[in-house]
Design a protein around this ligand. Structure first.
Ligand SMILES: [Zn+2]
Ligand SMILES: [Zn+2]
Length: 356
């Protein structure tokens, strides 16, 4: 018996010697990768250069604010926002969403992507017109136009997803978690239900696939996305337009001309307001032209008073991580049942007890 125990201990010891040096050596790198991941993720919500551009734009707004009485730090980080329970829900939810779903664990529709649809369209074009024996070459003008078109197509996919999320009760049940924030910080951008990503995927796949398919055919299977200092040019443009400040208290509006083209931070802040005149407006993420074209654009006349959060609640419904994950799914299931019974209760953010 004693021999067996010593043998077992010896085996364990050998295992631990074999495993631990690698584990210990890899651990700091893994931890650093995980914690810095969002800052280094070029396609993510919080790349370091996006945070920097947000701070620079906030500094410009602070500098030109004639009523400015506080220092820059207090302007950027007012205690009334960071003491608000809604901000803590944002923080906890973004942390646990990243912990559990950061690697796309819940991206159920990842197979339906733009490349798949584009390849089908390319194959259909090749079948209809024959294989493209002399593919065109990408010129600087063609690259610039394709980049612009791709950005518009991607945002159209987002616009359609976002519009549908406000119009159809089961989708609204999922999306309203994002709207139950009572005050906004950049972390509110991550206050989204894990199911939003797989719902958005097919919308973007269609709008991007329809553009990329013919491009693949014309250019022999190659597309071009220019970068600047290793950063996707359109992503850099997105953050330069104040994308980070869209979820913040910093009011930055580009005016009625530019506001019809690009979504300024103030326009998305209006999207979050539950006042009747602000409901279901400004769905686009980057290109306000989509709201302009589809009649959902709302441009402010001046600095507007907003009422953030869902209308009709004395207390916002998502006050913890578990409620934020499970309540929307339960609400969506109930909304589907009501649709199945052909008695849809039309839900709107302006109506009392929305989705309760
Ligand atoms: Zn919305
Ligand atoms: Zn938002």
């Amino acid at each position: 018996m004693e021999t067996a125990i010593w043998e077992a201990i010896g085996t364990l010891d050998a295992w631990s010697h074999r495993i631990s040096p690698d584990l210990l050596a890899a651990l700091p790198r893994r931890v650093a990768e995980w914690t810095c991941g969002p800052l280094l993720d070029k396609g993510g919500r919080f790349p370091w250069w996006g945070l920097a551009s947000g701070l620079i734009l906030a500094a410009i707004v602070w500098w030109f604010d004639r009523r400015r009485r506080e220092g820059f730090f207090r302007f950027c980080f007012p205690s009334e926002i960071y003491r608000n329970p809604s901000t803590w829900v944002d923080l906890k939810l973004s942390f646990f969403n990243y912990l559990l779903f950061g690697g796309g664990a819940l991206n159920l529709t990842w197979r339906i992507n733009a490349a798949l649809l584009a390849s089908w369209i390319t194959a259909a074009l090749a079948a209809g017109f024959g294989p493209n024996e002399a593919p065109a070459a990408w010129t600087p003008i063609a690259i610039a136009l394709f980049m612009l078109a791709a950005s518009l197509a991607s945002d159209l996919g987002y616009f359609l997803f976002h519009w549908a999320s406000h119009m159809f009760p089961p989708l609204w049940a999922i999306h309203k978690l994002h709207h139950s924030a009572e005050c906004m910080t950049p972390l509110t951008a991550a206050r989204v239900h894990p199911l939003e990503r797989p719902i958005l995927g097919p919308f973007r796949a269609v709008t991007m696939g329809v553009l990329m398919g013919p491009a693949f055919y014309l250019y022999g299977g190659e597309t071009a996305f220019p970068t600047i200092l290793g950063i996707d040019l359109m992503a850099a443009f997105t953050f330069a337009t104040g994308h980070l400040l869209q979820h913040s208290h910093v009011w930055l509006y580009f005016g009625p001309v530019l506001g019809r083209i690009v979504v300024s931070p103030a326009q998305h802040q209006i999207h979050h307001s539950s006042l009747p005149r602000h409901l279901d407006k400004n769905f686009a993420e980057l290109w306000a032209v989509w709201d302009w074209l589809f009649g959902t654009l709302y441009l402010p006349k001046g600095r507007e008073t907003l009422k953030l959060g869902l209308a009709g609640y004395t207390r916002q419904p998502h006050d913890g991580v578990l409620k934020s994950w499970f309540a929307p799914v339960a609400d969506a299931a109930m909304a589907m049942v009501r649709l199945g019974r052909s008695k849809p209760r039309i839900e709107n953010r302006g109506r009392p007890n929305t989705g309760a």
